[in-house]
Design a protein around this ligand. Structure first.
Ligand SMILES: *[C@@H]1O[C@H](CO)[C@@H](O)[C@H](O)[C@H]1NC(C)=O
Ligand SMILES: *[C@@H]1O[C@H](CO)[C@@H](O)[C@H](O)[C@H]1NC(C)=O
Ligand SMILES: [Zn+2]
Length: 436
């Protein structure tokens, strides 16, 4: 029997799963889908009995692919209001290329001062700590499901799968629950006015939600007292000491169409672009003094992904147009340095300067406050986050922490365990209290 403290301070007795599932069902389960009905109900019961796990389930069950975050936003707003939070919403316009007017909202919330501290104030508090994560996910939506991996029997081993279960609804749920638990715990001595929650849209696609917040009056009015911002992304329950930078370039080739039997009458855009793509593709592997991308002890090599290529219309036509999109993950340097290196590499194989290069605004590696925090292992990560999209004053600490692994986050097998979520709940409480 295990005991679990829930948000309202009531002790709920918990049976381990091996006590819940009949012995006949305890052999390794190879196919989660084949989980017997009764056993599956028991897994559902484990989730329903926990405020954290059921909050996480509710948020994950609502599809919220980037730019389509209205439904999940409404759910989070109503959950927060039901817990006596004051909620400020920010309408974030759809990106132009979407040709859509569908509303979507950033959510900024704090414990209602009149209900939590008995003060009736109109002014929005200036918190010391903000907990932030994103409510959009990558496509496609994958339904929420529960399973027990082979040879596992413990409650903590229950695997929760589906889109967003890790990235980033795990953090949304854990951040909300950590704050609710601390508010309900008199020993925590948390001043309700010291903490706010920020949930943004659009992180996976363009970072427009966080940029919108960063440029808003709401941010200007409330950021005067910040000590720390706790950003939630999957870090395997470790504190990130930094993440790699990012750069993007689109390469375009314009040739001349012709019959493939008479290629000398045209100019192949595919043939024009290929040497450039090959050159860019190798930039992470050649030494820096030979024109390669920056390396560093902390992040290792910069890497290159030629992620999208498009060119030509048919096998028997000399292609008139070709383009490719390349993403770099930077272990050093910055956007300008990347631009210089990549341009040089392309012009070496395109001395006439026929190829068009369009660089998007990127950034170099982002240093974070992860070192020297007792009780946390550290990690560096290779993915980008919303952190550079929020302009914070010097001295404000920035932490990046969350349950689950980025290695599954955008995949078909996105998922984490009950244990991962509950460990991160404790981790967030510790970090929050220490940041005050
Ligand atoms: C919200 O505040 C009211 C008092 O204004 C209280 O009765 C209620 O229990 C509170 N709800 C939660 C979930 O804290
Ligand atoms: C944008 O959407 C409107 C209405 O949904 C449609 O009539 C219009 O053709 C679209 N424009 C583009 C450029 O796709
Ligand atoms: Zn994320």
């Amino acid at each position: 029997m295990k005991l679990l403290w829930c948000a309202v301070g009531v002790v709920i007795p918990f049976l381990t799963v091996d006590a819940l599932i009949p012995a006949s069902n305890q052999q390794p389960i190879q196919q989660p889908a084949a989980l017997p009905g009764a056993a599956h109900e028991k897994l559902e019961d484990v989730i329903s009995a926990s405020p954290l796990l059921s909050l996480h389930r509710a948020i994950c069950e609502v599809e919220s692919i980037s730019d389509d975050e209205l439904a999940v936003g409404k759910l989070v707003i109503s959950l927060l209001k039901a817990h006596n939070f004051t909620v400020k919403t920010q309408s974030v316009p759809q990106p132009e290329e979407r040709n859509s007017t569908k509303p979507r909202y950033n959510i900024y919330a704090y414990p209602d001062p009149s209900k939590y501290s008995g003060i009736d104030v109109d002014a929005i508090p200036s918190p010391k700590v903000v907990l932030s994560s994103h409510i959009d996910t990558v496509p496609p939506h994958i339904p929420y499901s529960l399973s027990l991996p082979p040879a596992k029997t413990a409650r903590e081993d229950i695997l929760i799968s589906g889109r967003g279960t890790v990235d980033d609804k795990a953090c949304v749920a854990v951040q909300i629950q950590a704050l609710l638990d601390l508010l309900a715990d008199p020993d925590a001595k948390l001043d309700p006015l010291d903490v706010a929650l920020l949930f943004v849209v659009g992180e996976e696609a363009h970072g427009d939600g966080m940029r919108h917040f960063s440029a808003s009056d709401l941010y200007r009015q409330t950021n005067t007292n910040y000590h720390a911002i706790l950003f939630g992304e999957p870090t395997e329950g470790k504190l990130a000491t930094g993440h790699k930078g990012i750069g993007m370039v689109k390469v375009k080739a314009r040739g001349k169409a012709a019959h493939s039997g008479y290629p000398w009458l045209g100019r192949s855009a595919n043939s024009m672009i290929l040497p450039a793509l090959l050159a860019l593709d190798g930039l992470g592997d050649i030494p820096e003094d030979a024109g390669g991308l920056p390396r560093s002890e902390k992040y290792g090599k910069s890497t290159v992904n030629v992620g999208l290529m498009r060119g030509g219309v048919a096998g028997n036509v000399v292609p008139e147009y070709a383009e490719a999109s390349i993403t770099f993950r930077l272990a050093g340097g910055d956007s300008d340095e990347l631009k210089e290196l990549a341009t040089k590499a392309v012009r070496k194989v395109d001395p006439e300067g026929l190829l068009e290069l369009e660089f998007a605004q990127g950034y170099g590696p982002i240093e974070l406050d992860g070192d020297g925090v007792d009780g946390f292992d550290t990690i560096t990560v290779n993915y980008g986050t919303d952190i550079p999209n929020l302009k914070v004053a010097d001295g404000v600490k920035r932490y990046l922490y969350g349950p689950g692994s980025i290695l599954v986050a955008h995949g078909k097998n996105e998922g984490l365990t009950v244990g991962d979520l509950e460990e991160a709940l404790d981790g967030y409480k510790t970090l929050l209290l220490r940041s005050l």
